[in-house]
Design a protein around this ligand. Structure first.
Ligand SMILES: Nc1ncnc2c1ncn2[C@@H]1O[C@H](COP(=O)(O)OP(=O)(O)O)[C@@H](O)[C@H]1O
Ligand SMILES: [Mg+2]
Length: 361
């Protein structure tokens, strides 16, 4: 996927941005508060129907305005090379989206049309926070790679809700009736997740090895229940506990990837910069997985690439992005280091000032 034109209106400081990004790396340099992160937020909003900063519309709509709009003209990957247009409008009242002139009422349609890979300015959160963040990370990756994943995910979630409702109302019969279908739905998710996570972790390790980093890391998939015992049996065994807590104690809603370095949780011993390299590599691994399995190249959004990285690692990450021949939007408070000129698409430099971005020659 490549964005040909990006138009943003009334998103925070961006009140009339209109740019034609380059096909490779687009690097946005500017001081604090000039609108760099917001520019990435605009693309994210178009691709996912929500912001990465705050779930509510209020804070992102420019003060004194009714709504914010993002319009993207883009070209699909592969031989079709179809040009598509995507517009989203977010007001306090809700979200409306149009894809190729037709109304769209599902965020998943946006995400499929404009896949985005997002690396925040604090990517270490992925290693440092609870399992939910990591689950969302690989669920998002799987959603793009496996066509049926979303429906499998939704089915398991629906059953989980029913089970939890039965627990809350102490409806023993209803609860027992849900055990088996829930376990089956869980197995389906597990069958997608296990190989996917393992493959991404393998790619992560290969990348870190190629980078000759001075630390080791491993990622272990945790399904959310004991595979030897089986989910139905475990649900039965934990019935008392479940009624006590009022929600389901085991299952795919508890899945995780446990990242370890020298047998302890990675975030306990890695430096911030090392953690950033790990999360960056994980994102590249997901991009490679998607490119290889579905021939889709997502748009990569990287906020504040330079933070906490030394010069060598900045260059390395930029070259890894360039080598993938994907379109990316990268921000920084200082210009990027020069990269190997063999990367044909190269870097298009923009200067961002007070919500405007202009190409720097
Ligand atoms: N709703 C809003 N209306 C107008 N300006 C806003 C709104 N929300 C945030 N801002 C301003 O927009 C800018 C956002 O900048 P940001 O993209 O985060 O900057 P940076 O270039 O540092 O990444 C800040 O200057 C902030 O004060
Ligand atoms: Mg910023």
């Amino acid at each position: 996927m490549r964005i040909l034109e990006l138009k943003v209106e009334d998103l925070r400081i961006l009140d009339g941005l209109d740019i034609n990004p380059g096909t490779g790396i687009n690097f946005f340099v500017g001081g604090n508060g000039e609108g760099k992160t917001t520019l990435l937020e605009a693309i994210y909003l178009a691709g996912r129907g929500r912001s990465f900063r705050h779930p509510m519309a209020g804070p992102m709509i420019r003060h004194g305005k009714e709504a914010t709009t993002v319009f993207v003209r883009m070209v699909e990957d592969g031989s079709t090379g179809n040009v598509r247009s995507l517009g989203v409008r977010r007001s306090r009242g809700g979200l409306s989206c149009r894809l190729d002139g037709k109304d769209v009422d599902k965020r998943s349609i946006l995400a499929a049309a404009l896949p985005t890979q997002w690396i925040s300015s604090q990517p270490q959160v992925l290693l440092e926070s609870g399992p939910g963040v990591r689950r969302r990370f690989f669920d998002m990756g799987l959603f793009h790679v496996e066509q049926d994943y979303l429906s499998a995910y939704a089915a398991a979630n629906r059953m989980l809700k029913q089970r939890n409702a039965a627990l809350k109302s102490r409806d023993h019969r209803a609860l027992v009736a849900w055990d088996k279908p829930f376990a089956e739905a869980a197995e389906r998710l597990h069958d997608y997740r296990k190989p996917y996570v393992e493959s991404v972790v393998q790619r992560l390790k290969t990348l870190l090895k190629a980078w000759e980093v001075n630390f080791s890391v491993d990622g272990r998939y945790r399904p959310g229940w004991d595979q030897d015992e089986g989910l139905v049996e475990q649900l039965r065994r934990k019935r008392e506990q479940e009624f006590l807590h009022g929600f389901t104690q085991v299952g795919p809603q508890r899945a995780d990837i446990e990242f370890v370095s020298q047998e302890v949780p990675a975030d306990r011993i890695l430096s911030r910069g090392q953690e950033k390299l790990v999360v960056f590599a994980l994102n590249l691994a997901q991009i490679d997985e998607l490119a290889e399995r579905r021939q889709v190249k997502p748009i990569l959004l990287v906020d504040d690439l330079g933070a906490e990285l030394d010069e060598r690692n900045r260059r390395r990450l930029l070259e890894e992005i360039a080598a993938r021949n994907i379109q990316s939007f990268v921000t920084g408070i200082v210009p990027p280091p020069a990269i190997n000129p063999e990367h044909v698409a190269g870097i298009t430099m923009f200067h961002v000032e007070h919500g405007n971005a202009t190409v720097v020659n």
